[in-house]
Design a binder for this molecule. Structure first.
Ligand code: GTP
Length: 222
């Protein structure tokens, strides 16, 4: 049976405690906003399907605990992520300074090809801003990664930001996804071709493609 997506990716949200990781996830997946800060314990995730460049992508988004005491737990999951949203809070200079510490952790514990984007949250709090847009842009330029200023509160740029990281990951796997789709198409036309061709060949093709029925998957569900 065909799945309703072509690719499945894991995206992880990292950053200091209180920068708004859970709120970003809730805004994107459920269009909700939580005013209180309830610290995430360990790791949590939600799923969302979106269409990027014509490809139906299902993303499993992992919300991690920002608190130092959970760091050893969350680090164990870094390797499994194909994309990382590295977030800081524009009203908290320390969370911006700590971006470099998070990057060092990603380098040490993450996949070497992981796609990373830098995200400045709480864009709506101009009154308490401690980190200028220029500083965020400069850091992202230095690291050669995309930069987005967003607000989980107003939802400004939130969907665009998730689209951006998904699209980056997708670019890396485009070749594999296209090959899988082409293979699927070939199998389908063989199955429907009523020319009395050699049955063994058709059967072989079917079993070769049994896994493809589930779409291209970079990860297994937890
Ligand atoms: P940990 O789970 O401890 O790592 O924190 P977190 O990064 O998941 O933070 P969380 O999403 O719980 O948000 C922390 C606080 O910031 C909450 O009080 C939120 O309401 C607030 N907050 C999150 N995003 C925004 C935003 O875009 N604008 C404003 N004004 N407040 C926000």
């Amino acid at each position: 049976m065909d799945r309703d997506y072509d690719a499945l990716f894991r995206i992880m949200i990292l950053g200091d405690t209180g920068v708004g990781k859970t709120c970003l996830l809730q805004r994107f997946c459920d269009n909700e906003f939580r005013y209180s800060h309830v610290c995430t314990i360990g790791i949590d995730f939600k799923m969302k399907t979106m269409v990027v460049n014509g490809v139906r992508v299902r993303i499993q988004i992992w919300d991690t605990a920002g608190q130092e005491r959970y760091r050893s737990i969350t680090r164990q999951y870094f390797k499994k992520a194909q994309g990382i949203i590295l977030a800081y809070d524009i009203t908290d200079e320390t969370s911006f300074t700590n971006v470099r510490t998070w990057l060092a952790d990603i380098k040490e514990f993450g996949d070497e090809d992981v796609s990373v984007i830098l995200v400045a949250n709480k864009n709506d709090r101009e009154d308490g801003r401690e980190v200028t847009s220029k500083s965020g842009n400069e850091l992202a330029d230095e690291l050669s990664i995309p930069f987005h200023e967003v607000s989980a509160y107003t939802s400004e740029n939130v969907a665009e930001m998730f689209g951006s990281v998904t699209s980056l990951v997708l670019q890396r796997f485009e070749g594999v996804i296209a090959a899988t789709a082409a293979q699927k198409k070939r199998t389908h036309s063989s199955d429907t071709d009523d020319t009395g061709d050699d049955e063994e060949t058709v059967e072989n093709l079917k079993s070769e493609n049994a896994d493809d029925q589930q779409g291209y998957s970079c990860c297994s569900i937890l």
